[in-house]
Write a protein that binds this ligand. Sequence first.
Ligand code: ZN
Length: 112
Amino acid sequence: MSTAKDELKARLLAEAEASIDRMLADDRMGKQMTISEIEDVIGDLEMDFRERVLSEVMGEQESQTLSCPECGGNLRHKGRRSKQLTTWRGETELDRNYYQCETCGQGVFPPR
Ligand SMILES: [Zn+2]
């Protein structure tokens, strides 16, 4: 495995551990739960871990996006902006780096 993948794996494992720690600290874990309560606890874990992985993988992709997807021009960093994202789990708002193409002016939030 490449070094970059090893580093990403290490970060993802740390995020998984943080999500698991968060689940174990949940008050509901110390009580007798119904199946639907267990599903809720696991659903929270999934959502938390999913957001952590999304953020890690987007950061990884972003570092690989160096040119405009429209014209191939150079991208200039224009600061961070929040963007509404629709994922299969629903709406989420993320603070992301925003770039603008020096050639065609296209605004880019990598990855698209
Ligand atoms: Zn462009």
